[in-house]
Write a protein that binds this ligand. Structure first.
Ligand code: G3P
Length: 217
């Protein structure tokens, strides 16, 4: 399972990278705005800064919603750095753009996936990744994890190579459950990743080991 961090915060990206387990980064316009990164040039520079910190894929989102605009923006984003994956929204024009990018060797992440049908058509168009937003489904009383299971089944039935990138992961249990269901990738906040490290019995056990070592020395 690949681990991506879902943030535009460079300190958090560095922290995850230093852990040695980071496979990539996802961002979106909201996460950029949260870090105060505004204006096209600043946003493009920020993507390059992120690519220079991590070794893996970095999703960079188009803002246009028409085919020509998405192609123009996507080609510019892809040209920034070889690690860039162009993030395209799940709309009709977006599917056409994903097909174009796929035919032209540009990798894509189809974002805002909320149903198995959307994931199916994105895979048909040749998306590299699909991003089902599990937390946002949970927010509206719908089981986000069930969507991961449905997409996994459909992709395995036909051998689609599109990777399931579980997004809108909010906490550590989401990561565990996505791993059980066979999501290829998860993207979440640093806190959700660091939660995987924690167990009180580990802390108690280590304190006891150190205490006993001191007794003998
Ligand atoms: O990866 C998608 C993500 O950024 C959305 O997360 O928590 O705003 O639903 P959230």
């Amino acid at each position: 399972m690949k681990f991506f961090i879902d943030t535009a915060n460079l300190d958090q990206i560095k922290e995850a990278q230093n852990l040695g387990i980071l496979d990539g980064v996802t961002t979106n316009p909201s996460l950029m705005a949260k870090e105060g990164i505004t204006g096209k040039n600043n946003i493009l520079k920020h993507y390059v800064d992120i690519c220079n910190i991590v070794d893996g894929d970095v999703s960079a989102e188009v803002i246009a919603t028409d085919f020509e605009g998405m192609i123009r923006e996507g080609e510019e984003l892809a040209g920034l750095h070889e690690q860039i994956v162009v993030k395209v929204p799940m709309i009709k024009e977006g599917i056409k753009a994903i097909k174009y990018f796929s035919d032209n060797g540009i990798r894509t992440n189809c974002t805002l996936i909320f149903s198995p049908g959307q994931a199916l058509i994105a895979a048909k168009a040749g998306a590299t990744y699909v991003s089902p937003f599990i937390g946002r489904l949970d927010d509206v009383s719908t089981d986000g994890l069930n969507l991961i299971a449905e997409i996994r089944l459909i992709y395995d039935n036909y051998g689609f190579e599109t990777e399931i990138l579980a997004a809108s992961v909010r906490h550590t249990m989401h990561i565990i459950d996505c791993a059980k269901l066979g999501a290829d990738v998860m993207t979440g906040p640093l806190s959700s990743i660091e939660g995987l490290l924690k167990h009180p019995l580990t802390d108690i056990g280590l304190a006891k080991f150190l205490e006993d070592y001191k007794k003998g020395n």
